[in-house]
Write a protein that binds this ligand. Structure first.
Ligand code: PMP
Length: 288
């Protein structure tokens, strides 16, 4: 069935949802976005996603032209109009239509697009057996270039690392920063478990401040697990007791091999499995 898409100030039919070839979102990747889940008809962690969107927009000096409350309403209306019960929202703010030069100052108003659709998930088998990953040669954007916390429409940095993963026959790659510390995966945050401590690199190491990461830290603390944020090296990943990734699409997924080295016994570990279960319960508001 054709979707209804939010375009600027209202819903339009999918076939009418078109943007100009002069939109700087297309010409230069000039814009910001969010990927958000819907569980049981409820938009998951909408406030956290909007906070990140408005902060990303602020950093690139993009005035969204709507208040967070208005944008939240538009998002919920789009979900409702498409009868989404469990699905995925893509919320995009482009710089808008301008001339061919890169200056954003001739773009009069931003483009707002909200798509609410079903979601293509990793197969269940991957959650049961765990994922293999590699370390990417491509390093994460330098913080003095486009700050990695900005969820911008230009994902080329991560796309280059994703290609390395796919070339190696695995779905994900871990990216390091310019100092050699773990930053994140190409579309997920990274966690290790070592001696019972659940640990993720600090955001300043060069990652997006993942909404799922924040929820998982909260759930781990509720389970009375010891948590920490500290710089991790490739060594730490190789000798971790458990390794897992978090993200809106993947939720919590165990990693069982990196660069041909098994993590522990090569199966998703008990902490990973417990956190995945707790995440499911929290997201769906019920037990598995
Ligand atoms: N890092 C990157 C580069 C991402 O694209 C994503 C997913 N949007 C994440 C981390 C995970 O963030 P979240 O949990 O908010 O989806």
């Amino acid at each position: 069935m054709a979707l209804k898409i939010w375009m600027n100030d209202g819903l339009v039919a999918e076939q009418d949802a078109k943007i100009s070839v002069f939109d700087h979102g297309l010409l230069y990747g000039d814009g910001v976005f969010e990927g958000i889940r819907v569980y049981n008809s409820k938009v998951f962690e909408l406030d956290a996603h909007l906070k990140r969107l408005y902060e990303s927009a602020k950093v690139i000096r993009l005035d969204i032209g709507m208040t967070p409350k208005q944008l939240a309403e538009a998002t919920k209306e789009t979900v409702k109009a498409n009868n989404i019960i469990d699905g995925y929202i893509r919320l995009i703010v482009t710089r808008g239509v301008g001339s061919l030069g890169i200056s954003p100052f001739n773009c009069e108003k931003p483009g707002i697009i909200i798509i609410a659709d079903s979601i293509q998930l990793y197969p269940q088998e991957l959650y049961d057996t765990g994922m293999k990953v590699i370390s990417a040669c491509t390093i994460r954007n330098h913080p003095l270039a486009i700050p990695p916390q900005v969820k911008s429409l230009n994902y080329l940095n991560n796309i280059l690392a994703k290609m390395e993963a796919l070339d190696a026959g695995v779905p994900e790659a871990i990216m390091f920063n310019h100092e050699g510390f773990v930053a994140e995966a190409t579309g997920d945050n990274v966690f290790i478990v070592k001696n019972g401590v659940v640990c993720s690199p600090p955001i300043q190491a060069g990652s997006l401040e993942g909404v799922t990461r924040g929820v998982v830290f909260r759930l781990a603390a509720q389970e009375k697990m010891q948590i920490c944020e500290k710089n991790l090296t490739r060594f730490d990943l190789y000798v971790a007791d458990e390794l897992f990734l978090t993200g809106t699409a993947a939720e919590v997924i165990g990693v069982v091999e990196i660069d041909g080295r098994k993590i522990s016994d090569g199966k998703p570990g008990p902490v990973t499995q417990l956190l995945r279960k707790k995440f499911f319960e929290y997201a769906h508001g019920r037990s598995k």
